[in-house]
Design a protein around this ligand. Structure first.
Ligand SMILES: NC(=O)c1ccc[n+]([C@@H]2O[C@H](COP(=O)([O-])OP(=O)(O)OC[C@H]3O[C@@H](n4cnc5c(N)ncnc54)[C@H](O)[C@@H]3O)[C@@H](O)[C@H]2O)c1
Length: 359
């Protein structure tokens, strides 16, 4: 089946990866990328897609219901994949308002536009509204607790996860109240190309290459499940193609890591890459291995984030059993690819660090 997709948050980390993935794997489909270009949105993430006749970028806010409705009509969109959000927990602690505005009010605005255009005529237009959410809505687990399943009660603890939980509930309500054809996926932590260097893995990589401190919250024993971003995109593809309307699907990597273990792994990988390629020391003279030191010497434990959830773990049994989903990348292959990508794309992250990426 061919689709005409509206991808919100398309200039962000996962949205951009999704556009690249979908453009490459669904050559007959049209992609309309929609993004307000907040600090996290970067046109450079979409790269060569701009030259494709099957791709269009629209710079606008999801809270603009009229703009979205007009675009849905103009482009005859049949599928919305909704990534747009404020996504960084630390920022939600410092300033929750933007999270309510985009994640709650913005999602509701998008739902209203979709309902108006797809359900407002005498006959509903065939459609799908896919909502991209997070495992953080389920709250925090103890070390021996079973992983999150789709039926677990929501218990969000940060303004970010509470705003995502609220948006999940609104999406559900639009199915049950109005019949909007929705699906939702709740995914674990992603990593990979175009990941904004405020999040743990890309922050560590760019700090390692510059010989800067690696800040680790608290005792570093907070546990997260990690999934290579393209595997998340494949999971969403499965849900769009085979998922049942009204269902929610957990997508995860069955890959739990304590933060400190990830930081140690990245340190050791950087040391290994520098040992294998002597040109790296000339490119990154401040990096610890370029100065004859071990990268682990850069680790610095810092005061914990308030209300820091201890452990997230996702049970991806349903998406595996019912939709035949399985990640392609192991953590070993995915993390190496990611480090190689940051080494090959130094101008991309330098432009973010010096602010010149602003569009
Ligand atoms: N990053 C993860 O590990 C992860 C895991 C699970 C779920 N998610 C969810 O996936 C989605 C994408 O996450 P991400 O990491 O790519 O986020 P991101 O912060 O990298 O990108 C968000 C994008 O949304 C855009 N945006 C923000 N407000 C907007 C608005 N009002 N209107 C239009 N566009 C707006 C931004 O400009 C940016 O391009 C989010 O909904 C997030 O909750 C993320």
């Amino acid at each position: 089946m061919t689709r005409r997709l509206l991808v919100t948050g398309a200039a962000g980390f996962i949205g951009a990866n999704f556009c690249h993935y979908w453009h490459a794997t669904h050559p007959a489909d049209r992609i309309v990328a929609y993004d307000a270009l907040t600090y996290a949105g970067n046109r450079a993430n979409l790269g060569a897609l701009d030259e494709s006749p099957r791709f269009r970028f629209v710079h606008a806010d999801i809270a603009d219901t009229a703009r979205v409705a007009a675009l849905l009509r103009e482009e005859a969109i049949d599928t919305i994949v909704h990534f747009a959000a404020e996504s960084h927990v630390d920022r939600s602690i410092d300033g929750p308002d933007a999270f309510i505005a985009t994640n709650v009010v913005g999602t509701h605005s998008l739902l209203k536009a979709a309902r108006e255009v797809w359900m407002g005529g005498s006959e509903p237009v065939p459609h799908r509204f896919h909502h991209v959410s997070t495992d953080e809505v389920f709250g925090s687990l103890g070390p021996a607790d079973p992983a999150f399943t789709e039926t677990l009660a929501y218990a969000p603890n940060s303004p970010y996860s509470a705003s995502k939980a609220a948006s999940d509930h609104l999406v559900r309500a639009y199915l049950h109240t109005y019949g909007l054809q929705v699906t939702t996926s709740n995914c674990s932590n992603n990593y990979g190309p175009w990941h904004f260097p405020e999040k743990l893995i890309p922050l560590c990589i760019v700090n390692l290459l510059q010989g800067r401190e690696l800040p680790v919250y608290g005792d570093g024993r907070n546990v997260r499940d990690w999934l290579y971003v393209e595997d998340h995109c494949r999971g969403i593809e499965r849900v769009l193609e085979r998922g049942v309307v009204g269902e929610t699907y957990n997508i995860g990597g069955n890959n739990e890591w304590a933060n400190i273990d990830i930081v140690n792994l990245l340190c050791d990988l950087v040391d290994e890459f520098f040992a294998a390629d002597t040109a790296l020391a000339a490119r990154f003279p401040s990096a610890a291995p370029a100065r004859g030191a071990a990268s682990r010497s850069l680790i610095a434990f810092v005061r914990d984030r308030p209300g820091h959830d201890r452990r997230y773990a996702i049970d991806a049994g349903k998406v595996t059993r019912e939709l035949g989903y399985a990640p392609v990348e192991s953590f070993e292959t995915g993390i190496r690819k990611t480090l190689a990508w940051y080494l090959a794309n130094e101008p991309w992250w330098r432009a973010i660090l010096d602010g010149s990426y602003r569009n």
